[in-house]
Structure formats: C-alpha cells, structure tokens
Design a protein around this ligand. Sequence first.
Ligand code: SF4
Length: 403
Amino acid sequence: MEPVHLAQADSGATASRPLSDWLPQLRAARPAGAYVHVPFCFHKCHYCDFYSFVDTKDRQDAYVERLLAEARTMAELVHEPLQTLFVGGGTPTLLADDRLRRLLGGLREALPWADGAEWTVEANPETVTAAKAQALASCGVNRVSMGAQSFQPELLRQLERHHEPASVARAMGLLRNAGIERLNIDLIFAIPTSTLAQWQDDLAQALKFAPDHLSCYGLVYEPGTPLRARLEAGGVERLDEELEASMVEHTVDTLAAAGYHHYEISNWAKPGQECRHNILYWQNGEWIALGPSASGHAAGLRWKNVALLQEWLDGGPWPPVRSVESLDEDGRIGEAFLMGLRLLDGMEAQRVRELLARGSRAAQRQAALDAAVARGDMMWTDGRLRFSERGVLTSDSVLRDLL
Ligand code: SF4
C-alpha cells in the first residue's frame, strides 16, 4: 500500500488515554487534511508493518459506525474546510460496497470539505469490481492508489502478495470507466532475487496504464515482520546495493523520459498531479487522524491512535491514543529538515538558514549539510537546497544525520 499513509504498528505495551486529554492545546489546531485507517486485509503480506490483520468481517459495521462517531467528534478541531482525505490501510476496498458508501458518505457529512478536495482511497487490485469503482466515484473519491507492487508473479509470491498481475489492468479500467482519472500505481523494487530486467519490465508495464502518479519504493525489511525474520534466519538475501542503485537510476531516467516530474524521493507525477495529501505531510502541515493506529499532527502535537481494533472500538468518541508527542526545538528542526528535503524542490535558503541557527545540534547539522553538498548529494540552486538526482540514492543517511 502507498507507504506514506502514517498508520503504524503498535506493541500495545502502554495504557491509552483519550485524545481529549490534550484538548486545551488541540484547540489551536488548523488541520488541512484527514487520514482514515481501515485495518482489514484478506491476507497479511510478509513485508508489511502497517496495522492490518486478516478480517473475519464480524466487526466491519462496528468499525464504520465508530469511525464516523470519531469523525463527528474530531470535527471540533476543524475550523476550515479540509483540502484532502486519504483512506489507507489495510485494504479499504475490502469493505463491502454498502459499508464503503456508508463510510465515505458519513465522512462527507461529518467534516467540512473544500470544493475540489482531493479524496484518495488505496485499493488492492483484486478487490476492485465495477460496483466498487462506482461506489467510490459516486461518493466523491477522485483519486485511487493501486497497490500493484510488481508485475512479476514470482516476485509477488516473494512478497506474499495475493493478486494476479492481470488484475491491475482490469481494476484500472474499471476505475476509469467509473470516472476516476487520477490513478497512482505503487511499485516495490529491490525485492530479493529480482533483476534489473524485471524492474525494467515492471516500470514498462506500469507506464502502459498511463497513471498520472507513480510511487516506487525500495523494499524495507521492517523489524517485527516475517520477512525480516526470514532475512535474519538466512532464508532471504538483501539485493546487492549496486544493483539496487542501478534500479533507482533506471527509474529516474525512465520516468523523466516518460514525462513524470520527480517531486519526492520515491514519488513521480505528471504535471499538477502530485498527491496533495502526502505533500501536506512533507510540508509538515496539520491533519487529523481517524481509526486504529492512525497518526495525526496538529497544534504542535503528534499523536497515534491505539493500534488494537477492539480497544479502539471500546473507546471513543475521542480516539484512544497511546503516544502524544510535543517535540522540543531540536525535534522540530530535525523534523522540518526530514520532511522538507524529501520534496525534491527542496527548501528555501532562508528557511534552511533559520533552522540551522537554532537548536543545540546546529553545528552537527551544518557539518552534515556541508558534507552532502561537497559530495554532490545535495546542491544549492535557485536559492533552494535540494537533493541532486544521485543524492536521492543516499538521502536516507543524509536525512538521518539531519534528524
Ligand atoms: S495488503 Fe497492504 S496493508 Fe494489507 S498486509 Fe499487504 S501490504 Fe499490508
């Protein structure tokens, strides 16, 4: 699933409190978007660390009603019409059509929405039927993010993804027939055993659908996942770093030639088709979070709803949260760099100077930036600091130094 949707796994170790305990501070919130987490999946993929589980369908109605109650309550924090909605998971399109309509229609009523607000729903290709596509379109969904991941059957098996490559074509067609034009395709590269030729084929196949947006992520061996356990037990091997780097280089060249703008480390869009919701995250904007394990950010606070469906169902109407964080100055500076530099337009020089002048780790940050510029991984152009195309390959370590 599109990886920037900010739901997280949770150990469930500490006690939860209702988010309303932070209301005095949250009253200053100015959210511009909303994230909704749907935790149900029909299979748990081996690499996945999002909060999701195989669904027995017995709690879906309760989930939808509880989520709408949460939305009506959280409306107290929303003072301006919201610009974006992102429904992620999990597999939102696993919800039956009538439940999906109830969820989306209820969200439309519960919260104020700007004209032309971007409404994105993540979809698993196997779950998209003509009726589902129609349900999405008629409820105002204008963007769908399709979890294709790969078009190579053996690589899908490596990921434990249970869909046929052909189902992506069928799903894309159904969504377009229903009138949803803004389509993202998610792809994963550097899957164990994969070759450059397979990745070239994956990109070529994705481009045949002419999506207006592509997300290409290198496989991450997240702690706690079965894939990570297999890696540690020697059951799978990481792809060679040089091969992974050549996959990134091929992606950058191919998508540029196909007319896509590389606007974020892992995201490409046709002009004007960038994901507005994810840009809200990367620009350190404010959004509310609905559903178990969803993370929100507003009024200087970052919070995460409990990642246990039953505990979340039993709580409410304010979401039960397990962690609420108010970042100190160093934390805010690090986060501003982390998010701002992910966008390849980079950050204004003036903003960089302001951030480097503050905090107790200013000297280390300055040194990390100077070193990245000296290596050619970052550059100053048009009064902005940004990653170079080759710097994208090493961006993780540079961003870690800045954080
Ligand atoms: S479909 Fe997506 S959310 Fe569900 S288990 Fe697989 S990767 Fe995780």
